[in-house]
Design a protein around this ligand. Structure first.
Ligand code: BGC
Length: 723
């Protein structure tokens, strides 16, 4: 793979890269994502038009997101030879993704006997009209050739856990092919339309040097969106250049607000933009009915579900670049509160226990047996679903961060206050009061490090719950002063007498004499081994290190940043020496077995003067979807796809780490820490509805604002900045 400005490019076709390139060359517009496969591919090559927010369950298999029929399927034949990179003779091949506006293209020259036949295709999922999938496809040859084109909406799709729809209608209305489907479980309708601007039904004769080109515009609509969709689709101006122009102009707007320019380091610049490209491609833009899946829109891995990844890794990017997108993500959680309350009841608790793996209703898609034992092939009892309780605090964190950064508290009136209360009521019910210590503790939990299950007082979890309960106290205070009606109605429904006491008496593990915070009670007593040792104990590659008897469970080896994640989130509350002590203590034990891990180590490293490590971890998180250097299997479970949390982590490391951006409710501070190779860094931040243009040149910081700045306070190196 080559990087050229805003493009990535393959210069040859390698069968072994098909799966990886499917993720690398992904395009998306928030409504749907399309894997970077080639037009002639089918389900064996993992082609997928992955739909955001549309889920289905086949029998008793895992419920997962739906891959819709493939609108980009095209098979071309030259003198009856199929032009397929998997079977034909290839003279040259290029695959390109232009991340400046999500344009995928390929250019392949085949040798068909003594004729060179070339295929060019260019496609995009429109950012301007989220229902449209557009492709321009052309064939040319150096000798007179007969071409046949086979293109249709291919409903024979890749699906991990069984088929998800039945075809209910396949017709042609005037010049539009109509394909109607229905999902199996909830009978949700899906309609696809296809318009082709040329006759491709009959063989086409081209002369040497001539090109035959056609444009195909497909419309994809589901659920309520199918109402009048055929009429809507008919009215679309289907001119390729016009469609591309409006698509590009939307992407230009997106980049205007979210780009980061780095001078002096092309590798980092590209990786950062590539991360931002992914975040912008997968975020739902016009709805709050779905979240961002852990593998983006690159397929059905992780069941298309949203995890804590959204709040803790991706939301900072959206809250600081496009608050309306962030607001939708928070509203998605508010909208799924009922599911979270059902889950709490299922485990005999009050309040709201959010889904570890959340789909459209908020019911948990995570199973109690989420990993298959690689030795026995039996389902293994895991505790992600019932014990990873920090998710409810993460959800509160997302809401309260949105309010803090945007200065917009209106969500409290739109169910946000109820959501916060229910999450905290769950924690209050879950907590154990220890009378002799006169404190509340949280027992039998799973922290971010999933290799140690059902532990007591995981520092990260306790601290997140403390943040959440403090946020509830602040939100109640805000409502009391600014939303009296909401406050009164709230008090009529809810008892808040326990809140202050819970906030004061919740136990937060503290640094020991060496300034290290124990990850959970008893962690220090575990076997002290390093990563080479644990690897040498593996009996089978990919064996799962967690679960009841995984290799890591009796040792200090951890899957991902846990205490260090806490120090990253609560950067301003811990001293430099505590951060350093913990970073150095935990780093050798950390597998980074999750792509969520590197950014936390990167950000904290910027704060403790470990510039080389900071850069190394930044590059690790920012290049994860370029290098493909991540786990593809856990046990025998395929977990490939894109890594949006790491993409968010790369923005976070750049802005919070190198840019040195930190904030409280009152003030935004910029204390830069640029890596040596970065001459300058330029980016925009939306702070309390004022868009700041920030240019960092070494230690020099210049900020301009798009509005009067009377209502905001900004400091540079902790000194007030005069605009
Ligand atoms: C990580 C979780 C993460 C999930 C989805 C797991 O491997 O341990 O922290 O939420 O993947 O990205």
């Amino acid at each position: 793979m080559e990087k050229l400005g805003w493009k990535i490019k393959e210069n040859e076709f390698l069968k072994s890269d098909v799966e990886q390139n499917g993720s690398r060359y992904l395009i998306g517009n928030g409504y749907m994502g399309y894997r970077g496969t080639l037009e002639e591919f089918g389900k064996e090559q993992l082609v997928a038009l992955n739909m955001a927010g549309l889920f289905d369950r086949n029998g008793d298999k895992w419920r997962e997101s739906v891959n819709a029929p493939n609108p980009f399927f095209v098979k071309a034949f030259a003198n009856d030879t199929e032009l397929n990179v998997l079977t034909a003779n290839i003279d040259s091949h290029e695959q390109v993704l232009d991340i400046s506006y999500g344009l995928h293209s390929r250019n392949t020259v085949f040798c068909v006997n003594d004729t060179k036949v070339s295929i060019k295709a260019e496609r995009f999922l429109s950012m301007a009209n989220e229902n449209l999938a557009v492709i321009k496809y052309s064939v040319s040859a150096d000798k007179d050739t007969e071409i046949k084109i086979n293109t249709y909406l291919d409903s024979d799709v890749w699906s991990i856990n069984g088929d998800h729809f039945e075809v209910t209608e396949q017709t042609k209305q005037d010049d539009i092919s109509v394909l109607k489907l229905m999902t199996l479980e909830n009978k949700i309708p899906l309609s696809l339309y296809e318009y082709i601007n040329q006759d491709v039904e009959n063989p086409i004769k081209i002369k040497a040097g001539e090109t035959f080109a056609f444009v195909k515009v497909s419309g994809v609509y589901w659920g309520e969106g199918i109402l009048n969709s055929l009429d809507t689709f008919k009215q679309v101006n289907k001119d390729y250049d016009a469609l591309l122009k409006e698509h590009k102009s939307k992407w230009n707007e997106i980049w205007y607000n979210s780009d980061i320019e780095v001078e002096g380091d092309n590798e980092a610049q590209f990786a950062l933009r590539y991360s931002i490209y992914h975040l912008n491609s997968i975020v739902p833009r016009n709805t709050y009915k779905c979240g961002i899946p852990a593998r983006g829109l690159s397929g059905q891995v992780y069941k298309g579900a949203s995890f804590w990844d959204t709040e803790m890794f991706m939301m900072p990017f959206f809250s600081f670049t496009d608050a309306s997108l962030c607001k939708n993500l928070v509203k998605y959680r508010i909208n799924t509160l009922a599911g979270a309350m059902r889950k709490a009841k299922e485990f005999d608790f009050d309040g709201a226990f959010y889904a570890w793996e959340s789909q459209e209703t908020g019911d948990d898609a995570c199973s109690l047996f989420n990993v298959t034992d690689i030795f026995t092939k039996r389902p293994m009892r895991t505790h992600f679903k019932d014990s990873q309780i920090h998710i409810s605090a993460d959800v509160v964190y997302g809401l309260w961060q949105y309010c803090t950064v945007s200065g917009d508290y209106s969500l409290l009136e739109e169910g946000g206050l109820d959501m916060m209360y229910q999450c905290l009521f769950f924690f209050y019910d879950y907590a154990v009061y220890k009378p002799l210590k006169n404190r509340y503790e949280l027992h039998s939990v799973v922290g971010p490090d999933e290799y140690h299950e059902r532990v007591n007082n995981n520092a990260f979890t306790n601290k997140m719950v403390k943040y959440a309960v403090d946020a509830l106290v602040s939100a109640l205070d805000y409502a009391k002063n600014n939303m009296p009606q909401l406050y009164e109605e709230f008090l009529l429904k809810n008892d808040i007498s326990w809140v202050d006491e819970f906030a004061q008496k919740l136990y937060i593990p503290q640094p020991n004499e060496n300034e290290v915070i124990e990850q959970f009670d008893g962690y220090f007593k575990l076997e002290d081994i390093g990563l080479p040792e644990i690897r040498s104990r593996e009996l089978i590659p990919h064996e799962y290190w967690g679960g009841g008897n995984g290799l890591a469970t009796t040792t200090r080896i951890i899957k991902q940043a846990d205490v260090v994640m806490m120090l990253n989130i609560f950067r301003s509350e811990y001293s430099k020496s505590v951060k350093k002590a913990n970073w150095e203590f935990y780093e050798p034990y950390t597998e980074h077995g999750s792509s969520l891990s590197a950014c936390a180590y990167g950000i904290v490293a910027t704060e403790i003067g470990m510039a080389d490590w900071a850069y190394k971890y930044f590059m690790k998180t920012a290049t994860v979807d370029l290098t493909g250097d991540t786990k593809q299997y856990v046990g025998d479970l395929y977990i490939g796809g894109t890594h949006p949390a790491a993409n968010g982590g790369s923005w976070n490391t750049a802005v919070f780490g190198f840019g040195g951006v930190s904030y409280t409710n009152e003030v935004l501070d910029i204390t830069p820490n640029l890596p040596e190779s970065w001459k300058s860094m330029k980016f925009k931040l939306l702070w309390k509805d004022v868009r700041l243009d920030i240019a960092i040149n070494g230690d020099d910081v210049k900020i301009t604002a798009d509005k009067p700045t009377d209502n905001i306070k900004v400091t540079v190196n902790k000194k007030e900045y005069k605009f």
